[in-house]
Ligand binder design. Structure first.
Ligand code: 26V
Length: 748
C-alpha cells in the first residue's frame, strides 16, 4: 500500500495548482489505497460515542501514521513544493476542548494498538467558531471547514438510516474517516443530518446557542440524532449476524458514553429491544447495563445535563416512556433496598422534575469512570456518593492520556530524533520505552542537546506567532503558556493578576534580575459567556499596556493568540518552557494540555488538581512548581470562613491588581465587563459567593512560583527539571488509557 501511495503522489502534476487543489489530490491519492479493517468475525468491538471529535489537521498526521511523512516531503520538494504549505489548510474543529481532543487521541491509540474501537459522532457543517479580536474583544466567525474539501471523508449513502422525532423524520448519513494505525485502519463514523432545511439544522453547528428554548431543543435533537443513529446501526448489525436473541449482544458490543451528551443511547437501546423485538423491559435494561459504560468529565453542576421532562415528551414520546419506566424501576429497587428519601432523590433519574442524564447513566451502566485519580475519588466521595455506596463495583478510574504520535513525534520531530539517537526507535511502537531516556538525566551532553532543541522549538513558535499575529515575541524569553478553554475555574484571571503584580514590581525596580518573559494565552470563550469574554478583553488590555511601556516591554510581554486550535497547540506545547495549570483544586477533572506540555519538556506551574497530581508523581514534585490550596482546604473554605475582601484589605499588591478592573486603568468600552468581574470577586455574582474560585487565596503563592521559575530558568538545574518531565511522560500516553478501558470496561 505504501509503495502504491508514493507512486500515486509521484504522478501528481503540481505546476500551477493551488495549495487546496494539491491538498485534495494528494489526500485522494492516499485514500484510493486505503481500506478499512473489518472487525474479525466473532470479535467484540467497542464504540466511542461522542458529541465532539477534535481531530485537528489530518494531512501530516496521516502521513506520519502511514510512515511516509518524510518520503512525501522529499517527493514534493523535488516538484518544488514545500510540504509546510499545507499548514494553511484549516482543520476540522468538531469539538470545543479537552473532551473532544481526548476522543480524537483515544481513537488514534485504538487504531495504533490494533483494537476494534470505533468513534461515532456528528459531522457538523460548521465546527467551533473561528475567533478574532476586535479591539481586544472576542468576535466569532463561522468555521466553514468544508470549504477546503473533505478528501478524507467517505460518504456511505447506502448505510443512511432514518431517525424519527415526534414532528418528523431525519436521515442520518454516515461519513467514514480513516484512523490509521500500523496494522489496521479504523473508521471514525460521523453522521450528517439530511432531509430538508429543518433536518439539516441538526448537524449544522457544534453547540448551537442554547439561551432560547428553540436552541435547547435543537441540542436535544442533536444528542438523540447521534444516539439513535449509532444504536440503530449496532442493533441492525447484530440482528443480521446473530438473530433476535439479544443475550449475546454485550459479548459483541461495548458502547462508551463520552460524558452525558450521548446518554439517550441507553434509552434508545431499551426502546428498540422492548418495542421492536419484544424483549422484556428488565432484560433490556440488564443488557444495556452490560453494554454501556459512562465517562464523567466534569463535576460542575452547570455542565451536567438535565432535560426538562416536557422537552423529551414533546420531541421523543417513546423515549419519554422508557425514561419514566426506568425511573419507576429504580424507585422500586431503592424502596426494596430501604434507601432513604434524600439519598434516593440524589440518585433518581427524574431529579428536580427533569431527566438527569448523569443519573440515568450511573443507574444503568456497568462502569462509571472519572478521568484522573483525584477526579474519580471526587465522584465517589461527592457527586455520585450515594450510587457509590450501593454499587461500588461500577466505579473505576481511567486517567486520561494523549497520543504521543501527534503530541511528540509530529509536533516535535527534533526531540523525537534525539530520543531515537539515544535509545533507538523502539519507543515509537512501545511508548513505555521512553522511560529508558531517564538514564541520561545527568548526562550533560544530552541535556545540552535537549536545551538546544527547546530553543529551536521556541524559535519556530515565535515564527508561527509572527505569521499569525504579526507580533514578534521577545527573543530568548522564558515562555509561560496558558492555553485551554476560557473558564473561570481555570483561572486565567488569576494569571492576569499575577502578571499585573509582576509588572508593578518591574516598574518599581524590585526585580533587577528578572529575565525576559513571555506569557502566552490561547483560549476561546463560549459566545454567551459574559465573564469569560470580559477576561479575554482584560488580558488583551494588559498586553497592550505592557507593550506600550518602553521600559518594561523589553522584559515582559503578554500575547493572547488568535483562534487557538489544535494546530496552534502543536506549536505552543513544543516551544513553551512553563505549563500553567492553575485551576481551583477539585474542579479540573483531568486536563490533557498539561500532559502535552510535559511530554515536550515543559515544567508545570500548577495546583494539585486533575492529572497534575499524577504528573508530579511521575516526574517528581521537585521538578515542578506546585502551589495553592489543595482540595481539603478548598472544601473547608467553601464550608465557611473564606473572605476574599479580608485578603484584599491586607495584600496591597493583590488589591492594586484587582483594583485595575475598576479604577480606570483599563477600558472595556463601557460594556460593563470589568465591573462584573470585580463584583464577582468582591460581592459575588449569580448564585456564587465572592471569589467562588478562590483566586485571592492562591494568588500570592502563584506570583511567588512564577518568580521562582524566572530566577531558575536558563540554569542547568532547570534544564534537568524540564528533561525529567519529558522522559517521565510515558504514563500519559493514551495508549495506556485505551488499554485500561479495554481491560476494565470493555473487556475486549
Ligand atoms: C462545560 C461547560 C458548558 C457550560 C458552561 C460550564 C461548563 C463547564 C465545563 C464544561 C466541560 C464539560 C466536559 C469537559 O469538557 N470536560 C473536560 O474533559 C477533559 C477530558 O476528560 C478533561 O481533561 C478536562 O479536565 C475537563 O474539563
Amino acid at each position: 500500500m505504501k509503495e502504491q501511495i508514493l507512486k500515486n503522489i509521484e504522478a501528481i502534476q503540481t505546476d500551477g495548482k493551488s495549495t487546496v487543489q494539491l491538498y485534495n489530490e494528494i489526500s485522494s491519492a492516499i485514500m484510493r489505497e486505503i481500506s478499512f479493517t473489518a472487525p474479525a468475525p466473532d470479535q467484540k468491538s467497542a464504540y466511542y460515542l461522542s458529541i465532539e471529535f477534535l481531530i485537528g489537521r489530518m494531512f501530516y498526521n496521516n502521513l506520519l501514521e502511514l510512515g511516509i511523512l518524510n518520503e512525501v516531503r522529499d517527493i514534493l520538494k523535488e516538484k518544488g513544493v514545500d510540504a509546510v504549505v499545507f499548514e494553511e489548510i484549516e482543520d476540522a474543529a468538531l469539538g470545543n476542548g479537552g473532551l473532544g481532543r481526548l476522543a480524537a487521541c483515544f481513537i488514534d491509540s485504538a487504531a495504533g494498538l490494533d483494537l476494534p474501537v470505533y468513534g461515532r459522532g456528528i459531522r457538523y457543517r460548521y465546527g467551533l467558531f473561528k475567533q478574532k479580536f476586535e479591539n481586544g474583544f472576542q468576535e466569532e466567525l463561522p468555521d466553514d471547514w468544508q470549504s477546503f474539501g473533505d478528501p478524507w471523508g467517505i460518504r456511505r449513502e447506502n448505510e443512511a438510516r432514518v431517525i424519527k422525532f415526534a414532528d418528523g423524520e431525519v436521515r442520518a448519513v454516515p461519513y467514514d474517516m480513516p484512523i490509521i494505525g500500523k496494522n489496521r485502519v479504523n473508521a471514525l463514523r460521523l453522521y450528517q443530518a439530511e432531509g430538508g432545511a429543518a433536518a439539516e439544522k441538526i448537524s449544522e453547528y457544534l453547540y448551537p446557542a442554547d439561551d432560547t428554548e428553540e436552541g435547547k431543543l435543537l441540542r436535544l435533537r442533536q444528542e438523540y440524532f447521534l444516539s439513535a443513529a449509532a444504536v440503530g446501526e449496532l442493533i441492525d448489525a447484530y440482528v443480521a449476524r446473530h438473530g433476535t436473541d439479544f443475550s449475546a449482544f454485550p459479548a459483541y458490543n461495548a458502547v462508551q458514553l463520552n460524558d452525558t451528551h450521548p446518554v439517550l443511547a441507553i434509552a434508545e437501546f431499551i426502546r428498540i429491544l422492548t418495542g421492536t423485538y419484544s424483549v422484556s423491559f428488565a432484560k433490556a435494561v440488564r443488557l444495556a447495563g452490560k453494554t454501556f459504560g459512562y465517562t464523567n468529565h466534569t463535576i460542575l453542576p452547570e455542565a451536567l445535563e438535565c432535560w426538562p421532562q416536557e422537552y423529551i415528551r414533546r420531541l421523543l414520546p417513546e423515549i419519554f416512556t422508557v425514561l419514566k419506566k426506568l425511573d419507576a424501576k429504580e424507585h422500586r429497587e431503592f424502596r426494596r433496598k430501604g434507601i432513604g428519601e434524600a439519598e434516593e432523590a440524589d440518585m433518581r433519574i427524574v431529579k428536580n422534575g427533569a431527566f438527569s442524564m448523569a443519573n440515568t447513566a450511573v443507574y444503568v451502566a456497568h462502569r462509571v469512570n472519572g478521568v484522573a485519580r483525584i477526579h474519580s475519588e471526587i465522584l465517589k466521595d461527592s457527586l455520585f456518593r450515594s450510587a457509590y455506596a450501593y454499587t461500588p463495583e461500577k466505579f473505576v478510574n481511567v486517567t486520561n492520556g494523549i497520543t504521543q504520535r501527534r503530541w511528540l513525534m509530529l509536533c516535535n520531530e527534533e526531540l523525537s530524533a534525539l530520543i531515537d539517537r539515544k535509545i533507538g526507535t523502539d519507543w515509537r511502537a512501545d511508548i513505555g520505552r521512553l522511560s529508558d531516556m531517564k538514564k541520561f538525566a545527568k548526562d550533560d551532553n544530552v541535556l545540552a542537546e535537549f536545551a538546544q532543541i527547546k530553543a529551536k522549538k521556541k524559535e519556530q513558535l515565535a515564527e508561527y506567532v509572527y505569521r499569525k499575529e504579526g507580533i514578534r515575541l521577545l527573543p530568548d524569553a522564558i515562555v509561560y503558556a496558558q492555553v485551554k478553554r476560557l473558564h473561570e475555574y481555570k483561572r486565567q484571571l488569576m494569571t492576569a493578576f499575577a502578571i499585573l503584580e509582576i509588572y508593578e514590581k518591574l516598574r518599581n525596580g524590585e526585580l533587577a534580575e528578572f529575565k525576559p518573559t513571555v506569557f502566552l494565552f490561547g483560549a476561546k470563550s463560549a459566545p454567551a459567556y459574559f465573564r469569560a469574554k470580559g477576561i479575554i478583553k482584560f488580558i488583551n488590555e494588559i498586553a497592550k499596556k505592557i507593550a506600550a511601556d518602553e521600559l518594561v516591554s523589553k522584559k515582559l510581554q503578554v500575547v493572547f493568540v488568535t483562534d487557538y486550535n489544535v494546530s496552534y497547540a502543536e506549536k505552543i506545547v513544543a516551544g513553551a518552557d512553563v505549563s500553567l495549570q492553575v485551576s481551583t483544586a477539585g474542579l479540573e477533572a483531568s486536563g490533557t494540555g498539561n500532559m502535552k506540555f510535559m511530554m515536550n519538556g515543559a515544567v508545570t506551574c500548577g495546583t494539585m488538581d486533575g492529572a497534575n497530581i499524577e504528573i508530579v508523581e511521575q516526574a517528581g514534585r521537585e521538578n515542578n512548581y506546585i502551589f495553592g490550596a489543595e482540595v481539603e482546604e478548598i472544601d473547608a473554605l467553601r464550608r465557611g470562613g473564606y473572605d476574599p475582601n479580608a485578603i484584599l484589605a491586607q495584600d496591597g499588591a493583590a488589591r492594586r491588581a484587582v483594583g485595575t478592573l475598576v479604577d480606570g486603568t483599563f477600558d472595556d468600552g463601557g460594556r460593563g465587563y470589568f465591573k462584573e468581574l470585580y463584583d464577582s470577586l468582591t460581592v459575588g455574582a449569580s448564585w456564587h459567593k465572592p471569589d467562588h474560585y478562590f483566586i485571592l487565596r492562591d494568588l500570592p503563592e502563584y506570583v511567588e512560583q512564577l518568580l521562582r521559575i524566572n530566577a531558575e530558568a536558563g540554569s542547568h538545574e532547570f534544564t534537568q527539571k524540564q528533561f525529567a518531565n519529558a522522559v517521565s511522560s510515558a504514563y500519559f500516553s493514551s495508549d495506556r488509557s485505551i488499554r485500561e478501558y479495554a481491560e476494565k470496561i470493555w473487556e475486549l
